[in-house]
Design a protein around this ligand. Structure first.
Ligand code: ZN
Ligand code: ZN
Length: 369
């Protein structure tokens, strides 16, 4: 097969309509590309050999130390960096002007650059299209509490953009040695003097503490780390969990008509983020191991063994809406339509609710006296 020298164009015949030679675009929810001119669907072939390859993990330590020439395949693409927010997104050769999907700033396409980056092993194709994403946004809005009046009527999402977002996934077997204390509750009887000067007894709960130490073993599979700092991190992580069983081998045809973002968190920094994500589970495992009614952890030492990684792309719809001249960004999970994002808050409505609750409590106290 002839190698594709021009990264602007996927092997041209691959994305050309079999009927009218128009440029095809991937159609969410299918495994086909659709011709925007004549509507013909062109099926994307996924070969089985590639399927296995897509789930292949790369040895992390060997990769970062360049041992045994462990390399990840790379590919070149044209990206343009947003002057305002720093997000770097792919540039389509056909496009003559474009807006940053993250912040809406006009992109200076003359400044686009070709970058050589690790080729994604796999991707989850868009399952929901733009209309469904917009619908999900409105449903999300309807369910929000304490929105200022009229936000629901007036919040119109700006141009929705479908972005394949870069993620790293990590697998590792961890061994954690810890030291801490275990607290066991017991009941005891104490005597006290009441307000009339009489001696009384009552039951109190006390805790006896013992020093403990131990080892816990935890295996992690596909810890997902967002490899882009341009996105509102809190909201993107809130889109988890993804159904990674739907990962299919990376094929640029699925990107046709969409943008993709280049990663700006490298494999090594990504693993540091993965450690933070795994930490919650490790702490819970230690507490279970300690047992008792209370647990404190004074020290823990985690060994990460057999670390492997792969690079995957996941589908996000990005947009923002304006309310009183302020821009609120939101993200939609392109696989299941889950929405997370920034939102205005009506302080007045919260104060009213607090006053209302206070009034109810006051009424209860008044009438039950
Ligand atoms: Zn066509
Ligand atoms: Zn931007």
């Amino acid at each position: 097969m002839e190698e594709n020298k021009n990264p602007d164009i996927i092997n041209k015949h691959d994305i050309t309509c079999i009927n009218c030679a128009g440029n095809l675009e991937f159609k969410p929810g299918t495994t086909s590309m659709e011709c925007p001119y004549c509507g013909t669907m062109n099926k994307i072939k996924i070969d089985d050999k590639k399927r296995k390859e897509a789930l292949r993990e790369i040895d992390f330590l060997k990769f970062i130390s360049n041992e045994d020439n462990v390399e990840a395949p790379k590919e070149e693409n044209k990206y343009v960096k947003c002057q305002a927010c720093g997000a770097e997104t792919s540039v389509d050769a056909k496009v003559i002007s474009s807006e940053c999907p993250y912040c809406g700033t006009n992109l200076v396409l003359e400044k686009s650059q070709i970058k050589s980056l690790i080729t994604p092993a796999a991707l989850v194709p868009f399952d929901i299209d733009k209309d469904v994403a917009i619908e999900s946004f409105h449903k999300w809005m309807k369910k929000l509490w304490f929105l200022p009046g009229k936000t629901k009527q007036y919040a119109r999402p700006n141009k929705m953009q479908g972005i394949y977002t870069p993620y790293w996934t990590y697998d590792t077997n961890t061994v954690t040695q810890y030291r801490g204390r275990r607290g066991d509750d017991y009941q005891t009887t104490e005597t006290y003097t009441d307000s009339d000067g009489e001696t009384q007894t009552r039951t109190v709960t006390e805790t006896s503490w013992t020093s403990v130490s131990g080892t816990v073993y935890l295996s992690f599979d596909d810890v997902l780390v967002v490899a882009s700092d341009a996105l509102p991190q809190k909201h993107v992580y809130a889109l988890n969990p993804w159904d990674l069983n739907k990962l299919i081998p990376y094929d640029k045809k699925f990107l046709s008509g969409f943008k993709s973002e280049s990663y700006d968190v490298d494999v090594k920094d990504g693993f540091e983020k993965a450690k933070n994500i795994m930490d919650d589970d490790i702490v819970s495992a230690i507490k279970r191991d300690i047992g008792g009614d209370h647990q404190t952890i004074s020290s823990k030492n985690v060994d990460y063994n057999d670390i492997t990684f792969k690079h995957v792309l996941l589908p996000l719809w990005l947009s923002s809406y304006k309310y009183k001249d302020k821009v609120y960004r939101f993200v939609v999970n392109g696989q299941n339509g889950k929405v997370k994002g920034e939102r205005p808050v009506s302080v007045l409505k919260i104060i009213l609710l607090v006053l209302f609750i206070a009034a109810i409590i006051a009424a209860i106290v008044f009438f039950t006296r």
